[in-house]
Design a protein around this ligand. Structure first.
Ligand code: HEM
Length: 497
């Protein structure tokens, strides 16, 4: 209480109202962690669209009006590099000297054209189809042989494996021998998943010695990374090759391994739950699934007009020639699938975009007020505030598969607030906003779309429990991007007849 009174007395003119907290140092962390959106909305009703909360001793100026995102986006004095640096340091355990933004632009230009960019070329499609086969064949055979076994597969577990396979090989390339490459990816995954399970707690400042399993897995994974023989690998992405080429000294090897772990973490942490949720929503909404698949069949008919595509191999397993042949421009034509993925990102995205002020400045909100921000303070915008805004989205809790679908004669966004148009890039903020938006967003969307098509085109997938309920969100990943499901669900998978 005394600290709160002191901080109140230290307030300057023009600063946003400060919320008082029962536990001054911990501040809003506990309430925010339990039910973030309602907690912030309650504060908004008391304090208005901009207010300050304390988190771990720091002042966070929270903005609640989606129309103010434009001012945050344009404010050059607000940066995120230091925040990402702190985040990464906590995850990998050491100051992260080589986290450089020089590597980032490559991810932005994932257009599938330039060899230099990280683009999901044919290799990834091959890995994707192999990964689906690897992860389904065994369990489907088991289900058909064993009557007493519980039928089906765990959907989230399956998504984790598939996205890890694609991501690892997209970034790190692969060993030339296919079997060796599969074994390597499985070994990496087994260790990585143990580290990943509680890695969010590290970011929340839980010391790693309290998480012995995470610590052991991290040490083991870093050793595996240090041991990779890069000259023996094929199709290593330029992003990773650049990191690898910098300096081969021993100290660097350890730093490099940490950097690689971070990139891998970022590349699959959100892609996996996003893949899970789009599958979940499509399975729960037969009309949406039908529309997606019809759109794809139409594209295929158009593409393969004069060609005969062999659908099944000699063993009856799908060849997936169609998936292997999908180009970026084909995906761009699949606007229904794109709309479903956007809707998924809206419903499940809970990114907290935090920026740090590099100098004392003022920020103007749409209602014409000016707020003073001190050097070193943070601003925060929580994506769900926009995603669940009833003025922007009708029935925001519902999955509406054609919400983002616009016809050629309509404006690109039909969303608005207080009479002002809200662009789609601001209406969905799961990838963050502005210049610091996630650089891997194009790759992520492409990977997920390909994976959805590969699975739903060639397999019948349905809930083992026809009355399956929507799983709760796992709030331990709150603020990072897409919230994973708190529980897994069983699905039944069979080859399409
Ligand atoms: C659905 C999938 C994904 C989501 C929702 C997502 C979300 C995010 C968010 C919210 C940020 C922070 C942006 C900010 O501070 O404003 C971020 C940063 C980042 N993401 Fe993603 N991401 C996804 C997939 C990927 C993929 C596939 C890659 C790499 C191939 C990737 C690489 C990165 C990197 C390197 C950063 C740090 C950028 C920096 O240091 O400025 N992400 N992502």
């Amino acid at each position: 209480l005394i600290l709160n009174i002191l901080s109140f007395s230290g307030r300057r003119k023009g600063e946003p109202p400060l919320v008082s907290h029962a536990l001054p140092f911990i501040g809003a962390a506990i309430d925010f962690g339990k039910d973030p959106l309602n907690y912030l909305k309650n504060l908004q009703s008391k304090h208005g669209d901009v207010f300050t909360i304390k988190l771990a001793g720091w002042d966070y100026h929270v903005f609640m009006n989606p129309l103010d995102v434009r001012s945050l986006e344009r404010a050059k004095f607000l940066g995120h590099q230091e925040i990402i640096g702190d985040f990464v340091t906590r995850m990998v355990g050491n100051p992260h000297k080589i986290h450089s933004h020089d590597f980032i632009p490559e991810l932005h230009t994932a257009d599938g054209k330039s060899k230099k960019t990280l683009s999901p070329g044919a290799e990834v499609q091959k890995k994707l189809t192999h990964s689906i086969e690897k992860n389904l064949r065994g369990s489907m055979q088991l289900n058909s042989l064993c009557e007493s076994c519980k039928p089906g597969i765990k959907l989230h577990d399956f998504c984790k494996r598939v996205i890890f396979d694609i991501t690892f090989n997209l970034l790190f390339g692969s060993l030339p021998d296919y079997d060796e490459s599969c074994k390597e990816t499985s070994r990496m995954y087994d260790v990585f998943k143990l580290y990943f399970k509680r890695s969010a707690l590290l970011v929340d400042r839980i010391p790693i010695h309290l998480l012995p399993e995470t610590k052991k897995a991290r040490t083991e994974f870093l050793k595996l990374m240090e041991g990779i023989e890069w000259s023996k690998r094929e199709n290593v992405s330029r992003l990773i090759q650049d990191i690898v080429d910098v300096n081969p000294k021993l100290e660097f090897l350890q730093q490099r391994a940490r950097h690689l772990l971070v990139v891998l973490w970022a590349a699959q942490a959100n892609t996996t739950p996003a893949f899970f949720w789009i599958l979940f929503y499509l399975l729960s909404n037969p009309d949406a699934k039908r529309a997606v698949m019809e759109e794809y069949e139409q594209l295929k008919r158009h593409k393969h007009r004069n060609k005969q595509v062999k659908e099944r191999g000699n063993d009856g397993w799908p060849t997936m020639q169609d998936i292997l042949g999908i180009k970026r421009k084909d995906l761009d034509r699949l606007v229904i699938l794109d709309g479903c993925l956007k809707e998924t990102m809206r419903l499940t995205g809970a990114s907290l975009s935090v920026r740090k002020a590099s100098r004392e400045e003022k920020i103007k909100t749409v209602d014409g007020r000016m707020f003073s921000i001190r050097k070193g303070d943070y601003t925060a915008y929580f994506a769900s505030v926009t995603h669940m805004d009833e003025e922007i989205f009708e029935n925001p809790q519902d999955f509406v598969h054609d919400r983002f679908l616009v016809s050629a004669d309509e404006p690109r966004s039909r969303f608005s607030k207080h009479g002002q148009r809200v662009a789609v890039s601001r209406a969905i903020m799961t990838f963050g906003f502005g210049a610091t938006r996630c650089p891997g967003r194009h790759i992520a969307m492409i990977e997920i779309k390909l994976a959805v098509l590969a699975l739903l085109r060639h397999f019948d997938v349905r809930f083992a429990n026809p009355n399956e309920k929507t799983p709760e969100f796992d709030l331990s990943h709150l603020g990072f991007g897409v919230m994973p499901p708190a529980t897994d669900i069983d699905v039944l998978v069979s080859l399409k007849q």
